[in-house]
Design a protein around this ligand. Structure first.
Ligand SMILES: [Zn+2]
Length: 315
């Protein structure tokens, strides 16, 4: 019998390389989408000397290293963020391969199935959108609808075409079920964020979260189902705790030192932490769900009915 290891290793390398190429494209998206510019035309160019970037200087990660982070023509520095985003997306795609292809059941003859690759593509698209949303939100404190609404459509469409693509409890057996599961996730994700946004706006008398966070969690729900969307929202608060504390320290230091405070000292984007939380849950979901989330939601459901006065409900 032919060993499957060489195949798995080649696929793993392939996923990583495709990830770096997608990462390179996402760099363009992160830079251009907020300004409503086309992401395909014109080709990449140096922002300072405007010279077109040659194909040999456009190889993910390697070109930046070869050029030591400088433009070949004018020598102005190219941010290290470009190769880092490329490496990040490469690693995320490698993770998707391990999650959806390498460790999932294959067909009766040991062959890879369409479902495995559909799930891998589904998650690869999802993570790519999260990366783009994260960096645009870091840069500009906003998340464009081009990313989140596109994501909602893809999450709903692929969830309808392959109803079993989402892991339990969001997997479905019929096309309609797949669509409704995605729609439920979208409504709960967006609705939860909008409710808390409205409540916080009422209490603090200023905008606490952007509308982009509402559509982002809507997209996350469309991809992962409502339970994962709810957990993402709360996990994001924990993930964002350290940067928030850091920001507060800096704020206090400036304030005590009598320095000029800008609005950016007070604002923390929530989108990157929602995205990170969603990615963490995506990769740990089988353990998280079986380990404790399933029990947590069961308890919440019983509590919910108990509060409404309905006791002894059947499971
Ligand atoms: Zn240049």
């Amino acid at each position: 019998m032919l060993s499957v290891w060489p195949v798995l290793a080649s696929l793993a390398i392939g996923f990583f390389l495709i990830g770096t190429v997608v990462g390179s494209f996402l760099n363009v998206c992160i830079y251009r989408i907020p300004w409503e510019k086309s992401v395909v035309w014109p080709g990449s160019h140096c922002p300072r000397c405007w010279s077109a970037i040659e194909p040999r200087d456009n190889i993910p990660i390697l070109s930046w290293l070869a050029l030591r982070g400088e433009c070949r023509r004018c020598g102005s520095s190219i941010s290290i963020r470009y190769p880092l985003v490329e490496a990040l997306v490469g690693l995320l795609y490698l993770g998707v391969f391990l999650l959806d292809v390498a460790t999932t059941p294959r067909g009766p003859w040991g062959q890879f199935t369409t479902t495995q690759f559909a799930a891998a593509i589904y998650h690869a698209i999802f993570l790519s959108l999260l990366v783009a949303a994260t960096f645009i939100d870091f840069d500009l404190m906003m998340i464009p609808d081009q990313i989140t609404v596109t994501g909602m459509v893809i999450g709903l469409a692929m969830g309808t075409a392959w109803p079993g693509i989402r892991p339990a409890p969001a997997s479905a057996t019929t096309h309609l079920g797949g669509f409704l599961t995605g729609l439920g996730g979208l409504i709960v994700g967006a609705g939860l964020t909008q409710s808390i946004r409205a409540a916080a706006g009422f209490v603090f008398r200023r905008e606490a979260m952007g509308l982009g966070d509402v559509t982002l969690l809507g997209m996350i729900g469309a991809f992962m189902g409502w339970q994962a969307a709810v957990l993402t929202f709360f996990l994001a608060a924990f993930v964002g705790l350290v940067p928030a504390a850091w920001k507060l320290l800096n704020y206090l230091r400036k304030w005590i030192g009598g320095g000029q405070l800008s609005s950016s000292d007070r604002e923390i984007p929530y989108g990157p932490y929602l995205s990170m939380a969603a990615a963490i849950l995506l990769f740990s979901w089988p353990y998280v769900w079986k380990g404790w989330a399933e029990g947590l939601f069961r308890t919440l459901r019983v509590l919910f009915w108990w509060v409404l006065g309905v006791e002894n409900i059947r499971e």
